[in-house]
Ligand binder design. Structure first.
Ligand code: ATP
Length: 555
């Protein structure tokens, strides 16, 4: 043991050894042991203890206790409460040391009455020991906050036979040592705290990523069964999809807006081998050319003014998965050239980057344009077209697959009835006829929107009537359509002429904003004659078509 009799060189050597140890020890328990061990050797103390402030800052825990006299303590000093009845526990010597930051040096605890030293008397009784001198030194961090207390008891005499008071000159030495140990202890606590945070972050990230995977599987995985259609052209679509789904072949979807191009692209991705990787969609008309380039290819910090950080492009994000390029016909020519390079080389070079990144993506492109026509016009690259047109799938417009209308209507009615918690399953023949005759320029998307609105308009448990349908369907029906006249059920000339006449009157009234005088003048008849005809055909107003007007048209 070192004691006050040791030379200052020996003490310096011991302190240096300690500094090295403190800087290399990575296990906090072993570090605390080393601190107590060295402190005891520096001060010739028989017992050494460390108290550490807990996270709540309400207790001083005692993780380490060394007593050379007792091989194993029956009971150590318990955790100390820093506050008693809301007040600082200044009766306890360790708390006093912690609160004040002062070194406490007591020659003999049994001769001292300034503190409540019962815990030490109890310790002695239980362990059949005799505590005599006591030295308590605070561990303070760089903010001068106490993070723990080092406690040494029983300074052993030179011959090892007696306990003596700790010499006052040891206080400075031990304080210097405690200051050094406190820095290391504080760093160790910060490192451990960081490790805990990193572990927590890792765990949360893992959980989020698993949840993400599950949600992606649940939400974004349209099954083939969710694509409604049994007509011949849709059967061909399904047939082609099943042939390409388990390959990585490039697919080109062609069809008008709302025909289900994105739905089908997703179904191909989520039913194929790439389903666990990303499905990344980008509409090529949604962004100006320069932004689209940055989105797709990514860029390096400083590649252009405003590029204040590296940005990964969607092509890289889709690595291992599918890149869906909607409205490919509207992609600017220079980007077409860059995309062609990605397809040919299977690598992408972000703007401002010196090297390329290998990518394994499946491309599904979609357009409502005829790409060959765009090639003729000079706005689409022929070489890119051949690269994309590996596996073309044509999606029919809804007006050419009217046989699928009942199934689609049923599907969306069910979907929205559930969504809006309504029971709506009946539709009047007149409403059904209106839906059947409409031409749906927005295709399935438009039908879907119409039915959502209809469910919202219709009372719970009620039958869908024409008045629940949007105005454009009613107005469209009001317009005269020679094709529908020719295809009408009635072949009776008088009835066909009547329908034609009523249709002309409706349209003219509509054009004249319902003004009967103007309408009569434009038709070359008197206002009285117009009113007679309106009554005959149950035309009430050009702006407010009624169910009876529809009936008269179809009668
Ligand atoms: N056959 C179908 N069965 C069920 N829902 C469909 C069908 N076709 C399209 N839909 C639905 O219609 C809406 C429009 O489809 P989608 O967005 O896939 O069309 P799109 O052709 O990609 O349109 P755009 O060219 O305007 O982007 C979506 O809500 C989709 O789920």
């Amino acid at each position: 043991m070192l004691s006050e009799q040791h030379s200052s060189t020996q003490i310096m050597e011991e302190l240096l050894r300690l500094t090295t140890l403190l800087n290399t020890e990575r296990d906090s328990h072993a570090l605390l042991h080393s601190i107590v061990d060295v402190a005891r050797r520096l001060t010739s103390a028989e017992v050494g203890r460390i108290f550490i402030l807990d996270k709540t800052k309400r207790y001083l825990h005692q993780p380490i206790s060394q007593n050379t006299h007792i091989a194993s303590e029956i009971q150590g000093i318990k955790a100390i409460e820093l506050f008693k009845q809301g007040k600082r526990n200044m009766q306890d010597i360790t708390c006093y040391c912690a609160f004040t930051g002062k070194v406490m040096n007591i020659a003999d605890i049994y001769q001292f009455s300034g503190f409540d030293l019962t815990p030490y008397y109890d310790y002695d009784k239980i362990n059949q020991y005799k505590t005599s001198s006591l030295l308590a030194v605070p561990f303070r961090n760089h903010l001068e906050e106490t993070i723990g207390v080092l406690q040494l008891t029983n300074h052993v005499s030179k011959n090892g036979k007696h306990y003596k008071p700790f010499p006052t000159k040891l206080e400075t030495l031990v304080s210097a040592f405690a200051a050094q140990a406190a820095v290391t202890l504080n760093n160790m606590q910060l490192i451990e705290h960081n490790h805990r945070l990193i572990a927590l972050l890792d765990k949360t990230n893992r959980e989020l990523s698993e949840e993400n995977q599950t949600l992606r599987k649940q939400i974004k995985a349209p099954q083939f069964g969710e694509i409604i259609g049994t007509c011949k052209s849709m059967k061909t679509v399904f047939d082609l999809m099943s042939k390409v789904v388990n390959t990585s072949a490039t697919v080109l979807l062609n069809g008008e807006t709302g025909t289900g191009k994105e739905l089908i692209a997703k179904a191909i991705h989520y039913n194929g081998a790439r389903k666990s990787a990303q499905f990344v969609a980008q509409n090529c008309t949604a962004l100006p050319a320069n932004l689209l380039e940055g989105e797709l290819f990514g860029y390096k910090k400083g590649a252009f003014s405003g590029a204040d950080r590296d940005k990964k492009g969607l092509i890289e994000y889709a690595n291992g998965g599918t890149l869906f390029l909607d409205e490919i016909g509207d992609m600017p020519m220079d980007l077409q050239a860059k995309l062609l390079r990605v397809i040919q080389e299977r690598e992408v070079r972000p703007l401002g980057a010196l090297s390329s990144v290998k990518v394994d993506i499946r491309i599904i492109a979609a357009t409502h344009h005829s790409l060959p026509e765009l090639i003729d016009k000079g706005t689409f690259r022929e070489d890119l077209f051949y690269r994309l047109n590996v596996f073309p799938i044509e999606l029919p417009p809804l007006r050419l697959r009217r046989d699928d209308l009942p199934a689609l209507i049923n599907y969306f009615l069910n979907q929205y009835s559930q969504q809006y918690d309504k029971k709506i399953s009946l539709m009047s023949p007149a409403a059904l006829q209106l839906l059947n005759h409409y031409h749906y320029p927005g295709n399935v998307r438009e039908l879907k929107n119409i039915l959502e609105r209809t469910v919202l308009m219709c009372e719970n448990d009620a039958t869908i009537l024409p008045e629940h349908l949007p105005a454009e369907i009613l107005q469209a029906q009001n317009r005269f359509d020679t094709t529908s006249l020719a295809l009408g059920e009635s072949t009776n000339l008088k009835s066909v002429v009547g329908r034609y006449e009523s249709s002309v009157i409706r349209r003219r009234l509509e054009e004249n904003g319902g003004n009967q005088t103007k309408t009569a003048r434009s038709l070359g008849i008197s206002r009285r004659a117009l009113i007679d005809k309106m009554q005959r055909y149950a035309i009430t107003s050009a702006n407010q078509p009624t169910l009876s007007a529809q009936n008269s048209l179809s009668s």
